[in-house]
Design a protein around this ligand. Structure first.
Ligand code: TYM
Length: 337
């Protein structure tokens, strides 16, 4: 990344207040957020409106929004350098979502794999919000003239749709939106489940299948001890043939920086038990300081409220600029506040 002002990029990303954030969220996205905070005022948003596409308990959702913000702060995001806020506090997200929905095709939305997955898992509640989820995500991103979107590999398809919508709109109305690019880490863009390494690690699956950022050290060790591997007893990287071992190696690489070849060499003649212990050590070393900081920040409700309010105010100012431009281009009647 460039250090001079002109070259600074606008960063935006979002995370659902799902209560449990996993090692997948951490390695795939949140670490990049922290690394990118020297760029021009990144915006990181707790996407509570997206969370409503599945049924939520209101009191729990309210609590999880502040808890998610506390976790972002505990990870080291500085509220002076970053705009940290809650999606529902900036009405521009919903407004732009409507406008962009008029430029998005049903066919495009029905091809989204996340929609197909979620519709299968929540067959009793395939609501329109689930279907138009990617339009709201496009609005999140385009509202801020975003250059880069740090995400894990599972969000790539949504980002591609966002680009298509932006390009379509720009072709019709002139250069209105910056066309964003995905920022996906080279290692760890898709952390797999530890009980079924052919599936993405997700908090929606059984508890043993994921490491939560807030799991106690002994829980992390116990879960990793039981991680599914294979019967070959040789440590090398081959995601097709050895998904479990390759996933553990990727986690180790992402957390320690030791590359896959060096890991494979070092573990020659050793068993999977040693690999699992090292992965557990690396997770505990990375997550323990975050957990301690989280406890401290989470207790300070006044501070969290203030960070959230300040973030929403700063985000709203930026959102207003884009929305005014979009209204004008579309021919909506002018108004003065
Ligand atoms: P969400 O809340 O499911 O996940 C947040 C981020 O974590 C990444 N991630 C993973 N990365 C690697 N391995 C995994 N197993 C793993 N699981 C999750 C996700 O890719 C994501 O970057 N739709 C988004 C939230 C969103 C958003 C946005 C993101 C809404 N608007 C605008 C970027 C820009 C989502 O549900 O992420």
């Amino acid at each position: 990344m460039q250090a001079n002002n002109e070259a600074k990029k606008r960063i935006f990303s979002g995370i659902q207040p799902s209560g449990i954030l996993t090692l997948g969220n951490y390695i795939g996205a949140l670490r990049s957020w922290v690394q990118l905070q020297e760029e021009a005022e990144p915006l990181y948003c707790v996407v509570d409106l997206h969370a409503l596409t599945v049924r939520q308990d209101p009191a729990a959702l309210r609590r999880r929004c502040t808890d998610t913000l506390a976790l972002l702060l505990a990870l080291g995001l500085d509220p002076k350098k970053n705009i940290l806020y809650c999606q529902s506090h900036v009405s521009g997200h919903s407004e732009l979502s409507w406008l962009l929905g008029c430029f998005t095709y049903m066919g495009e939305l029905s091809r989204m794999t996340q929609f197909k997955d979620k519709a299968q898992r929540h067959a009793d509640n395939i609501n329109a919000g689930l279907f138009t989820y990617p339009v709201l995500m496009a609005a999140d991103i385009l509202l801020y003239q975003t250059d880069l979107v740090p995400i894990g590999a599972d969000q790539k398809q949504h980002l591609e749709l966002t680009r298509d919508i932006a390009i379509r709109f720009n072709n019709l109305y002139g250069d209105v939106f910056t066309v964003p690019e995905a920022y996906i880490p080279k290692v760890g863009a898709r952390i797999m489940s530890i009980t079924d390494p052919t599936r993405k690690m997700s908090k929606s699956d059984e508890e043993a299948s994921y490491i939560a950022i807030l799991d106690e050290p002994e829980v992390i060790r116990r879960k990793l001890k039981r991680a599914v591997t294979d019967s070959e007893a040789a440590v090398y990287f081959d995601p097709e043939k050895k998904p479990g071992v390759s996933n553990l190696m990727s986690i180790l690489y992402a957390l320690t920086g030791e590359n896959l070849e060096a890991i494979a060499n070092r573990f020659q003649g050793k068993g999977y038990g040693d690999l699992k212990t090292e992965v557990a050590d690396a997770c505990v070393a990375a997550l323990s300081p975050v957990q301690a900081e989280y406890k401290r920040i989470q207790a300070d409700k006044a501070y969290l409220e203030q960070v959230m309010a300040d973030g929403a105010q700063r985000a709203s100012r930026l959102a207003f600029k884009t929305l005014s431009k979009v209204h004008k281009k579309l021919g909506l009647a002018p108004y003065k506040l």
